[in-house]
Write a protein that binds this ligand. Structure first.
Ligand SMILES: Nc1nc2c(ncn2[C@@H]2O[C@H](COP(=O)(O)OP(=O)(O)OP(=O)(O)O)[C@@H](O)[C@H]2O)c(=O)[nH]1
Length: 390
């Protein structure tokens, strides 16, 4: 059997990566968003880095022996940075410490090549150390996402990252302690081992990236199904499901619960006078105002048309204060942004404590009645109905 040849093994890795890099954009389609584009760039750059390593191994004379490995190191670190950008896109912004640490490693690795230009073994050890630490930091990003993301692909990425990091750190030690590694061309067990680990990890990484991309698309669809397209607030369906949770929590913890239904006054006149585009801006302004005035555990939703709902753990006095704040914020905002004044009327259904059998539908019906009364009594006002079990 012919002996293993490091050059051929590396060539297979490079061709694999480039094939993936060319097939991915085609199979994912051109309309992908930023994280998927970063992932595509990762494969392209990593493939290019391996090609440069191959070329470098065929030109072991100056100046190529200095320039080409530096180029390969820089491209490889750029690839890692692209992968980390993809992760940030899928997982939400990470702690600055992780991101800065990774950026530092991405710059320090190639820089070491310049500084240690006359020390082959040191410079490979240094680069492998920086690369290994960078990969480990990227792998840690997958552990604590800021967004709600499925676990499977994250754990897979963490595992792959740790295997890659361990083999890179081992390479760093071997480059210093043994004669095997200063030259990529050396047909040593260490080089062979690395050329075997790389495609194994690349294949698993490709799977993890495709699953991450699919999960992101699914999450977007779920968000769209629960969000009002114009205002970005929760829609009616979302109010119905989240409202049930809030009712249960209020009952469990003995909290007061108020459902406020708000309706812009004379909104048809806004559309007729200023047009539908301005009408839409008015709705968006009210939505932003509602969002700013509600806490994280409370809910602002668009019920439909120019009607909105607030579900808050608040007493009638607190709802009164909230409506006052909303009224002045909306007046100020509409004067500044739209150059006319917007007002609303509201009806509130309040339960001092939630009892078994009280439903969201009942609260909505009572709030709607109170709103009708507020409109009837002259607008720009709010009425409250106190609900009781009898
Ligand atoms: N621009 C815009 N207008 C909308 C949207 N949804 C509903 N409307 C308009 O909202 C207006 C509601 O009119 P009405 O129900 O008569 O209420 P109003 O004029 O606000 O009168 P009152 O509620 O009695 O004070 C209609 O003209 C709808 O076309 C929307 O998404 N965008």
């Amino acid at each position: 059997m012919p002996p293993l040849d490091f050059f051929s093994m590396t060539a297979v890795v490079a061709v694999n990566l480039l094939a993936i890099a060319f097939v991915l954009p085609w199979s994912m389609g051109h309309q992908v968003d930023a994280p998927a584009r970063h992932a595509q760039r990762f494969f392209l750059l990593q493939g290019l880095a391996w090609i440069v390593i191959l070329v470098a191994s065929r030109h072991p004379v100056r100046p190529w022996i200095d320039i080409l490995p530096f180029l390969a190191a820089s491209i490889s670190m750029w690839a890692l940075w692209q992968l980390s950008r993809a992760l940030v896109g899928w997982l939400g912004p990470r702690s600055l410490l992780l991101e800065r640490g990774l950026l530092l490693m991405c710059m320090a690795g190639p820089l070491g090549f310049v500084v240690l230009v006359n020390h082959m073994d040191y410079r490979l050890a240094w680069f492998s150390l920086c690369h290994g630490l960078g990969v480990a930091l990227a792998a840690c990003m997958a552990l604590r996402p800021r967004k709600r993301v499925a676990r499977g692909w994250r754990y897979m990425m963490f595992g792959i990252g740790m295997v890659m990091a361990a083999s890179l750190l081992m390479r760093s030690v071997l480059a210093l302690e043994t004669p095997w590694l200063p030259f990529f061309t050396a047909d040593s067990p260490a080089n062979h081992g690395f050329a075997l680990v790389a495609p194994f990890c690349t294949t698993l990484l490709l799977i993890a990236i495709l699953v991450a991309w699919r999960d992101e698309a699914n999450q977007k669809l779920r968000d769209m199904a629960l969000q009002d397209a114009l205002t970005g607030l929760a829609n009616r369906r979302s109010l119905e499901t989240q409202g049930q949770h809030m009712l249960k929590r209020a009952m469990r913890e003995g909290l007061p619960l108020s459902l406020v239904m708000l309706d812009l006054d004379y909104f048809k006149g806004v559309n007729d006078r200023y047009g539908h585009v301005v009408g839409d801006q008015a709705l968006q302004l009210l939505a932003r105002t509602l969002q700013k005035q509600t806490r994280g555990d409370e809910l602002a939703a668009r019920w439909g048309g120019e009607e909105f709902c607030l579900l808050v753990y608040a007493s009638p006095d607190e709802v009164q204060a909230l409506c006052m704040r909303l009224k002045s914020a909306l007046l100020l905002g509409s004067r500044l942004e739209l150059a006319f004044e917007l007002c609303f009327s509201a009806g509130c259904a309040h339960a001092e404590s939630v009892w078994e059998g009280l439903t969201l539908e009942q609260m909505l019906a009572q709030a709607d009645k109170a709103l009708y009364q507020a409109k009837h009594l002259g607008r720009s006002r709010w009425e409250t109905v106190i609900l009781s079990p009898s």
